[in-house]
Design a protein around this ligand. Structure first.
Ligand SMILES: Cc1cc2nc3c(=O)[nH]c(=O)nc-3n(C[C@H](O)[C@H](O)[C@H](O)COP(=O)(O)OP(=O)(O)OC[C@H]3O[C@@H](n4cnc5c(N)ncnc54)[C@H](O)[C@@H]3O)c2cc1C
Length: 397
């Protein structure tokens, strides 16, 4: 039976970089991936363009519990290291308002250069290799696949990802492997996810996109705000602004079981409420019919959605309604549509400098499997590359 220095579980962003880094340091590495190929989630990222990092990698853009760990990792492998790493592999990047994409605008370019390096380093890749057991054996570990193949190794790097988009591989099985060593898992919930709303507008406006300001509320407190696109769908609300406030609302719904959840949408963010009042009053004075009061301000479908309010509300009431349109949120679209996982292995349980488990020596953890969540904008892949590198370097060190 072949004995490896390092076994990496999970061939996503974190696992691929961990394997490359360890192999460059001379370790004999096996990379175990349950899917038929590496990097399936990278291929789907950024709508096929892969927003692979951000010029401003600041811990402030991550969940508060993770910031000390994120800071420690980015001090070792930050944006300039990520850029150099990919440049050396042959990937040319470009910045779009600080967000880094491959110049080809194709996520497949990112996976291709990583695969070239895996091949050059002769890393042993095992596909359809679903690790169902990870146990201690002497000073090292034994990995067992669900088909009873066995991989003994000195050290293990667990990069099994979270639970979002199970069709792309990660389904939470990595948490079970970590739990075996006593790791605490902060309950994972879907994040960066469309929201289910109970509201007739979603039907009336189905397919309509607007630019708006969005505020999330749970149990009477504001949980977050964002500006950008809101997309009305038959089940509720989507679009970048909704995705950006979804994490805290998802935690409130799925983890805390809170009921009083809503988003307040400012449909006309480009005017203050008093300006909007003046505009609407001016329109009435100029002889606009009430049903046409928002024509030319909002897309045409809104006149139908607003039929009752246009008829019944006075100008101050209508302006206030348009600036604070509330949608009751009753759930999220769940794991199949969540771009990210909020929750995961408690970041206090890894050594900040190495990402080695505090529960078991020789076990390292990297990527989305940890309770680290970045904003949209390349922060999650940046964390995956940087943590993969840190864990791979320490494991081979
Ligand atoms: C649709 C979509 C778009 C996104 N776009 C962006 C973006 O543009 N920018 C950004 O920064 N982030 C983006 N993200 C988030 C980002 O892609 C992830 O945070 C990142 O890829 C996580 O990397 P990872 O290696 O930790 O986990 P994953 O990429 O999930 O990799 C984990 C791997 O482990 C394998 N695995 C799991 N369990 C086992 C097991 N038991 N045995 C063997 N293998 C196993 C899985 O098959 C998977 O390949 C996006 C996510 C999605 C879903």
């Amino acid at each position: 039976m072949e004995q490896y220095d390092i076994a990496v579980i999970g061939g996503g962003a974190a696992g691929i970089v961990a394997a490359i880094c360890s192999a460059r340091k001379g370790a004999r590495v096996v990379l175990c991936e349950k899917m038929p190929r590496l990097g399936k989630k990278i291929l789907a990222s950024g709508a096929g363009r892969c927003n692979l990092s951000n010029e401003r990698l600041d811990p402030a853009f991550y969940n508060p519990e993770s910031r000390a760990l994120v800071k420690s990792v980015f001090e070792r492998f930050g944006q300039s290291s990520i850029e150099r790493f990919f440049r050396e592999l042959g990937l040319v990047g470009h910045s779009d308002n600080g967000r880094i994409f491959p110049a080809s605008n194709q996520a497949s370019s990112v996976v291709s250069v990583l695969e070239m390096e895996i091949k050059r380093l002769r890393i042993s890749c095992k596909f359809h290799c679903d690790i169902g057991g990870l146990s201690a054996s002497g000073d090292g570990f034994v990995l067992r696949t669900k088909l009873r193949e066995v991989f003994p190794c000195r050290k293990a790097v667990l990069c099994g990802g979270g639970k979002s988009y199970p069709a792309l591989g990660a389904d939470g099985s990595g948490y079970l492997l970590a739990r075996h060593f006593g790791h605490r898992i902060i309950e994972p919930v879907p994040s960066t996810v469309p929201l289910l709303a109970k509201d007739s507008w979603c039907h009336t406006l189905q397919g309509q996109k607007i630019r708006a300001a969005v505020y999330g509320f749970a149990g009477g407190r504001e949980t977050g705000k964002a500006s950008g696109e809101v997309l009305f769908t038959k089940y509720g609300l989507s679009g970048t602004a909704i995705l950006d406030v979804s994490e805290e609302l998802s935690i409130a719904i799925h983890r805390n079981g809170e009921k009083d959840i809503f988003v307040s949408v400012d449909l006309i963010p480009f005017m203050e409420e008093n300006e909007l009042r003046d505009e609407l009053s001016g329109r009435l004075r100029r002889g606009f019919e009430k049903k046409d009061l928002v024509t030319g301000i909002l897309p045409g479908k809104f006149s139908a959605a607003l039929e009752r309010e246009l008829r019944e509300l006075d100008v101050p009431g209508l302006a206030n309604f348009l600036k604070n349109r509330r949608f009751k949120i009753v759930g999220t679209r769940g794991w199949n549509e969540a771009e990210f996982t909020a929750g995961g292995i408690d970041t206090d349980e890894v050594v900040a400098e190495t990402l080695e488990s505090k529960r078991r020596k020789g076990l390292y953890l990297a990527g989305e499997i940890l309770n680290v969540q970045g904003r949209r904008g390349g922060y999650n892949l940046a964390w995956a590359w940087a943590s993969g590198w840190t864990a791979g370097a320490a494991a081979a060190g």
